[in-house]
Write a protein that binds this ligand. Structure first.
Ligand SMILES: C[S@@+](CC[C@H](N)C(=O)[O-])C[C@H]1O[C@@H](n2cnc3c(N)ncnc32)[C@H](O)[C@@H]1O
Length: 251
């Protein structure tokens, strides 16, 4: 069989997982608990929402409305199917197909912008700067971002991330970026290793095995890459993780 479109293979792999990046209900709750105060019915945007792992948590944690934005329809279709199954109306969870780099919302639309595992697509500082105008003055932003936890990573980890995400920062450098982007930091939360395994890498390993069975060599390049990422995490504990950064817009 000839090679399959790598993006389609990646999409099929991702759509078979409960979430599309490291995270957990407990970490979403921990980051949310850092917010000092929100209006009774806050307007929230979840940018790069994927299938809605965090969006569904946010409607559980608040009485507000979550506008869930993603560029790719297949992810939003999953979110919509779950909303229908759970009886969640658009008054609580509004799916919007959109590019988080070119959002068409009015300025100061949101009390809170949330984004798990997606701001890296814009670059941490650039993303924070470009989203700032959509946050109400004094409003909040919470994002999770893959972050170095050591100044002395292994060569293998350094090589992998230099290729995959050369701009990956440390907690200290990201805190400086937060201030430059016009926010004050409220707190950080480092995602524990189980947030990478339980709903992401463990089901991904299973899915890789299934897709190998189905597609054989034709999907191998993508599957091997994902497998290498998992192996790197496994063999370099504590060197990097996603970190939640919770912040307030300053004016
Ligand atoms: C790593 S996934 C994280 C998904 C979800 N937040 C989660 O934690 O499960 C990144 C998401 O960003 C979406 N995405 C990629 N580029 C985008 C863009 N320019 N605008 C909006 N969403 C985008 C992808 O479709 C994907 O759902």
């Amino acid at each position: 069989m000839s090679d399959l479109d790598p993006f389609k293979v990646f999409l099929e792999l991702q759509l078979g997982l409960p979430r599309n990046g490291p995270g957990s209900r407990a970490s979403t709750e921990a980051a949310f608990a850092m917010l000092p105060a929100l209006p009774e019915k806050p307007e929230i945007a979840d940018l790069g929402c994927g299938q809605g792992a965090s969006a569904f948590e946010l409607i559980r944690l608040t009485d507000g409305r979550v506008t869930a934005v993603d560029l790719f329809e297949p992810f939003l279709d999953r979110l919509k199917a779950r909303a229908e199954k759970e009886g969640v109306s658009e008054a609580r969870l509004l799916p919007v197909r959109g590019d988080m780099e070119a959002l068409s919302f009015d300025n100061e639309s949101f009390d809170l912008i949330w984004s798990e595992g997606a701001i890296y697509l814009l670059g941490f500082e650039h993303g924070l700067k470009s989203w700032r105008r959509f946050v109400k003055p004094g409003g909040f932003v919470a994002v999770s971002e893959c972050t170095w936890l050591t100044a002395t990573p292994s060569q293998a980890a350094r090589d992998f991330w230099d290729a995959a995400y050369p701009a990956m920062g440390t907690i200290a450098s990201n805190c400086e970026a937060i201030a430059r982007a016009g926010y004050e930091l409220i707190g950080t939360h480092v995602l524990p290793p189980e947030d990478w395994w339980a709903e992401y890498y463990t089901p991904m390993r299973q899915r890789i095995a299934e897709m190998r069975e189905t597609y054989g060599e034709a999907a191998e390049e993508v599957l091997a890459n994902e497998e290498a990422e998992i192996a790197l995490f496994e063999s370099n504990p504590g060197q990097y993780s996603y970190v939640f950064y919770v912040m307030r817009r300053t004016d």
